[in-house]
Design a protein. Structure first.
Lengths: 385, 322
């Protein structure tokens, strides 16, 4: 006979064990302007009229940028790109809340935030054209794009730790998608940030999709925001299509982070376009779903706020489009003019000093290119059209 | 001072923390307990909790945070308690540490060290004994150093901490305490990327590194009729092929000894270099003595795995027989 404890038929009954469930914690989604345009005037940030209008201008810049960059990609002038369509309020609301001394860890869709942080538009286009020189991130405190999802989170924690050790008045600001919240790097990076109390803000643009996987299937968690509690760090869940709400949320998060409380901000938004130009979203989601989110368009919602508060008349949408369109064309021309580089470039920056074997390989390649110029028939320096 | 490898490592850390206040040491159990092997003993008391820190059990975060600190002007020296627990951090080494300089064309750099004890022979638990230098040596942009003596452990660790690029520093834990030698009290450096000729000879070149150096020396000592030249590679990446080639051109014979599994091991790379640039000098096929293509067995069978001196002796004799 089996006398092991496992053989006992066990019904606990009511012995006072009451598991904690995710629904036990009430997580509010902070908002300022509702989808219908009504707003909570107590929550409207104290900005000047021009600053209010500037938020709209930047959102429009993001939208025009995405449209034009997608067209360039279709014409074979850019490689694969990831659009921020639908996420303009999250991108611009967060970017506007940062100081130029803060460091952004980008994830790829946040063009407007990078431009307002000082990155030249030419360089942004060059990056998507496959020119590494753009990842110098000239003129801006930005690390290169984290194409490897989630891998930048512990990196950002470490850089924030450096800011803390140096008593600096800055934060690291890490953009990531909902998919990244399932990676080990995300969890380890957040946990260490909490242990050290570093000035880091983690900004999850929960656009409901990681390529084809919907957020429901990504995790059983109802929110991303709740994940922060497991690490003892603060979190804010915010309507990511409400630019004023995102601005307030990130401004608050930044202040808390500077006081030694890292914060995870979940901006609930929607990826209106494809994952990238290589993706076909009709394979995994319905038109009705996309249509539903269109009603919550961040630009239209903010436009009703501007109208309601008498600030819209001074916005000249056509002029913004034209002005940015010109900037875009100039940036494309400047990118076209970027000088073709010698093969040495792909060898020389790996180490401070090139090791002998790498010198040999470079010399071998250079000699070969000279001896067999027909190899250039196989070398295309542009995206596959 | 007369020191073991572990004492030499500890001394190097003390010296560099004194030398540069941007040097920060962190890892699991490195502060209050002084490290499970005592490599970081005394650092917390001397340099304080801002610069010597116990990290959570979190290899991805340890390696990733090192990159962040390094790009922010610090000189992090992170410890991964056993190299068997380094694989989770592999992504941070590949994705961030090794290529941040290259990606940014030198705008951001990662002068950081990840120290980790590696290898079999100490009767440790499962997953504690592997030698994966072949995998880490395959990452462009990551330097990989493996000292075999107390003198080199101190000098090479100081070089690694001062190096402008990321260095993985694998320490042969089997010989952490089993050998002592005179080590200068003062600060000195041993270059990375430079092999050492441990013994000059004319008959055969035996190349090894890390704890296998000591089995190799013992094997050569046991072979009275063979005048072997022994090369300690010391750095896997960058690989000092010239020292190996020069020796093989002289001796015409070569045996490579490493503890790591055979297939895809770094020994293959050493042989390929000889094939490229010293083939015509060879008088015999090159021999390899390595671990087997299996995980390191648990302690009761562990010793079957390790290339002990008799296996090395056999290989050298076989090479000499041609």
């Amino acid at each position: 006979m089996d006398n092991s404890p496992q053989s006992i038929s066990f019904t606990p009954g009511d012995v006072g064990v009451d598991p904690i469930s995710q629904g036990d914690v009430d997580i509010e989604t902070y908002s300022v302007v509702d989808p219908d345009g009504s707003f909570d005037s107590e929550r409207v940030p104290d900005l000047s009229d021009d600053e209010f209008r500037d938020l709209y201008r930047w959102m429009l810049v993001q939208r025009v940028y995405d449209d034009r960059a997608t067209k360039l990609q279709r014409r074979g002038q850019l490689g694969t790109i990831a659009s921020g369509r639908g996420q303009e309020a999250s991108i611009v609301g967060s970017g506007s809340a940062l100081s130029l001394d803060d460091w952004i860890f980008p994830y790829g869709r946040e063009a407007a935030a990078l431009l307002m942080h000082g990155l030249p538009l030419r360089d942004l286009l060059m990056y998507w054209r496959g020119i590494e020189d753009a990842s110098r991130m000239r003129n801006a405190n930005i690390v290169p794009m984290s194409i490897s999802v989630g891998a930048h989170v512990p990196f950002a924690t470490g850089k924030a730790w450096g800011m803390q050790l140096g008593d600096e008045d800055t934060v690291t600001f890490t953009n990531l998608g909902d998919g990244a919240t399932s990676t080990g790097a995300f969890h380890e990076g957040m946990n260490l940030a909490g242990v050290l109390g570093v000035p880091a803000v983690f900004f999850c643009l929960n656009n409901q999709y990681a390529i084809s996987l919907s957020f429901d299937e990504q995790t059983n968690a109802e929110t991303v925001a709740q994940k922060a509690l497991a690490y003892g760090i603060d979190s804010i869940r915010v309507d990511g299509n409400d630019v004023l709400a995102v601005y307030n949320a990130v401004s608050t998060a930044r202040e808390r982070a500077l006081e030694g409380n890292p914060v995870l901000v979940e901006a609930v938004t929607y990826r209106r376009g494809a994952h990238t130009t290589s993706d076909d979203p009709t394979r995994y989601r319905s038109d009705e779903e996309v249509e539903k989110w269109k009603d919550r368009d961040p630009l239209e919602r903010y436009r009703s706020f501007l109208e309601e508060t008498g600030r819209w008349d001074a916005v000249d949408e056509a002029a913004i489009r034209e002005e940015f369109g010109t900037e875009f064309e100039e940036a494309v021309e400047a990118a076209d003019e970027f000088e073709e580089r010698d093969v040495e470039e792909i060898f020389e920056y790996l180490y401070k000093e090139m090791p002998p074997e790498l010198e040999r390989q470079l010399a071998g390649l250079e000699d070969f290119l000279e001896e067999r110029p027909d190899v250039y028939d196989h070398i295309e320096r542009r995206p596959k059209g | 001072m007369n020191a073991t490898i572990i004492e030499a490592v500890n001394d190097a850390l003390h010296k560099e923390m004194e030398n540069d206040d941007k040097t920060v040491v962190f890892g699991q159990d490195v502060a209050e307990s002084g490290g499970v092997f005592r490599a970081t003993e005394g650092l917390l008391a001397e340099f304080g909790s801002d610069r010597v820190l116990d990290a959570p059990l979190s290899e991805i975060a340890i390696a990733g945070a090192a990159v962040g600190l390094a790009t922010h002007g610090y000189r992090p020296v992170a410890e991964i308690q056993f190299s068997g627990f380094l694989p989770p951090a592999f992504d941070q080494l590949v994705t961030n540490a090794s290529r941040i300089r290259w990606r940014t064309r030198g705008e951001l750099t990662a002068p950081m060290v990840v120290r980790t004890p590696y290898g079999a022979g100490v009767r440790a638990l499962e997953h504690h004994s592997e030698s994966l230098e072949g995998a880490y040596g395959h990452i462009p942009g990551l330097k990989l150093a493996i000292p075999s003596t107390p003198h080199d452990a101190k000098g090479m660790l100081i070089s690694a901490i001062r190096d402008p690029d990321p260095v993985l520093f694998m320490e042969p834990k089997h010989v952490y305490r089993s050998l002592r030698e005179d080590v200068p009290e003062e600060t000195y450096t041993e270059p990375l990327g430079k092999a050492a000729v441990r013994r000059e000879g004319t008959d055969v070149t035996v190349v090894s590194w890390g704890s296998m150096m000591h089995n190799t020396i013992e094997a050569v000592d046991n072979l009275e009729n063979v005048d072997a030249e022994i090369i300690d590679l010391r750095t896997i990446s960058p690989f000092d092929r010239e020292t190996v080639l020069e020796s093989v051109r002289k001796t015409g014979r070569c045996v490579v000894v490493h503890e790591a599994a055979k297939t895809g091991g770094f020994g293959g790379e050493v042989i390929a270099a000889i094939n490229d640039d010293a083939l015509m000098y060879l008088e015999a096929p090159i021999n390899r003595v390595t671990g087997f293509d299996i995980p390191v067995p648990l302690l009761s069978m562990e010793d079957f795995y390790i290339p002990h001196p008799p296996r090395i002796e056999e290989a050298i004799e076989e090479t000499m027989s041609h």
